[in-house]
Design a protein around this ligand. Structure first.
Ligand code: ADP
Ligand code: MG
Length: 482
């Protein structure tokens, strides 16, 4: 047993989610990503004296939506505070945040680890604004500052220290990303920085109740980095404790190039943020009626649909997971399933054909060109045996995407793919096949029934895939057993 196995890892996350509101948290600057540096700023986001912040209602609605989805208590009286610090990308010299009284309290997110569900408790969710961006490595002599992001609304979701491994962190972040996208609260895009997290890590001997001292790894912006940072940090802490030392509470930075964590700042110069109530913002009062209205406007949640799909519709875990990954996909599936009255076939068509097609062409699902009536007809001609499943998927589907207005049945006729259940035509082919393979016929008749597959294959080849498998199978058996 290695030293590491004696310890249990304990992790709590502070997840920052950038809201996808059109304008910033306290002024009307655009939040669009990718604009030329410093073009989306105004006296308010630049913190000019005499300007006043005004709360963005969309930010509140989105915070409440996420809180309701996570089963948080929505605070009817939350308020803003100032968190003061100096940095070049923080033009006001303070960040407006919620310190004393956050908007959402409690709640939990369920994650799935090896087929089992585990509930990760949320401590609270608070609203705040983002800082600008410092770019340190493009100019030798200077740091560049882009203030487009200064004042963009964020939610910070603070978990309880309920996570026990990098896998659980991964599941939590993926679940959170799925949820914020589902609720249209954020695009959840880690590459663009719309979602990042601070990872608090400590270790304790297995069986021990008390938590160890934690270190906080700041601003982890990819799941791959999170895994590496946690692995390194756990190793570092185990080494210190095994050598008889003790962990110092620190804020760390993870360097992806070296794969190590290094102190960002230690206790000596730990920030005193001098929090105090934001004097320019009134407290936020949310009535029961308001909270109810947000609730009424919410779509069903991914795990609710997952349960419906597996339990009521009988779909597999795999299908249900894929179809509830994104809200658009779930809606699309429900639409097609309703129109076609075919559950599994609709799921298969979407998962195996439509989604890969859209991904390949970089299309949103709702821009998939084939109208739903044609998709229903496509599923129908398979169900009624007019064309084989294989031919429909391989030949008709691609044709439909080329000519979205044409009926799949017409396409099947044109491509000469209508299946034959015309027995005399099939019988004739079967006679020919048996005559060509006298040895195999003998072996079959001596009891090697597995050869039926070979004869079916031949028949499909000779009929160019048009033999209706059920009829063909029955006829073949009759002839072979005659
Ligand atoms: P602070 O207010 O000083 O930031 P919190 O108690 O709010 O500290 O915790 C911040 C984050 O650290 C939370 O996500 C919490 O779950 C996590 N955390 C707290 N204690 C530990 C610990 N011993 N090990 C790992 N994570 C911890
Ligand atoms: Mg903290």
């Amino acid at each position: 047993m290695s030293a590491r196995d004696k310890y249990e890892t304990v992790i709590g996350l502070e997840v920052h989610v950038q809201l996808n509101t059109a304008s910033k948290a306290f002024c009307s600057d655009s939040t669009l990503f990718g604009a030329e540096a410093n073009t989306q700023v105004s006296p308010i986001s630049l913190g000019h004296p005499g300007t006043l912040p005004v709360v963005n209602e969309e930010q509140i609605a989105k915070a409440v939506k996420l809180g309701l989805a996570l089963g948080c208590e929505i605070n009817p009286h939350s308020s803003f505070d100032r968190k003061n610090y100096f940095y070049a990308d923080l033009p006001k010299g303070y960040q407006i945040t919620q310190d004393r009284s956050p908007i959402c309290i409690g709640g939990a997110l369920k994650i799935k680890i090896d087929e089992a569900f585990k509930s990760i408790r949320i401590h609270h969710i608070h609203m705040e604004e983002d800082a600008g961006k410092s770019i340190h490595d493009t100019d030798g002599a200077y740091s560049l500052i882009d203030l487009n992001r200064a004042g963009v609304p964020l939610l910070e979701i603070v978990s309880e220290p309920d996570l026990r491994s990098a896998e659980e962190v991964d599941a939590f972040m993926s679940g959170m990303r799925q949820l914020v996208r589902w609720l249209d609260v954020s695009d959840g895009n880690m590459e663009q920085g719309s979602m990042r997290c601070d990872v608090n890590v400590s270790i304790r001997l297995k069986g021990e109740e008390e938590f160890g001292t934690r270190c906080e790894i700041k601003n982890v912006n990819s799941m791959r980095y999170a895994r590496r940072a946690i692995a390194y940090e756990v190793g570092r802490q185990v080494d210190i404790i095994e050598k008889g030392g003790s962990i110092e509470q620190q804020t760390l930075n993870f360097d992806p190039d070296t794969g190590t964590t290094t102190p960002l700042r230690d206790k000596e110069d730990a920030h005193d943020y001098r929090y105090f109530p934001e004097p320019d913002m009134p407290p936020i009062r949310l009535s029961d009626g308001y909270i109810q209205a947000v609730k009424d406007g919410m779509v069903r949640l991914p795990w609710e649909l997952y349960e419906d799909f597996t339990e009521k519709l009988g779909l597999s875990d795999y299908d249900a997971s894929l179809l509830t990954e994104e809200v658009e996909v779930a809606k699309y599936f429900l639409g097609l399933q309703h129109l076609s009255q075919q559950t599994k076939a609709s799921a298969n068509l979407i998962i195996n054909k439509i989604l890969p097609y859209c991904k390949d062409k970089q299309l949103a699902l709702f821009d998939f060109p084939v109208a739903s009536e044609n998709l229903v007809e496509f599923l129908d001609i398979i169900r009624t045996g007019k064309v084989s499943n294989a031919m429909a998927y391989q030949r008709i589907f691609p044709e439909m995407t080329e000519q979205p207005d044409r009926s799949p049945l017409e396409i099947a006729k044109d491509l000469n793919l209508l299946q034959s259940s015309d027995t005399s035509f099939l019988e004739e082919l079967i006679e020919g096949i048996l005559a060509d393979n006298p040895d195999k016929v003998k072996v079959y008749r001596n009891g090697k029934k597995g050869l039926l597959g070979f004869f079916m294959g031949e028949l499909m080849k000779k009929s160019k895939g048009k033999a209706d498998p059920k009829v063909a199978n029955k006829l073949l058996r009759e002839k072979l057993e005659a």
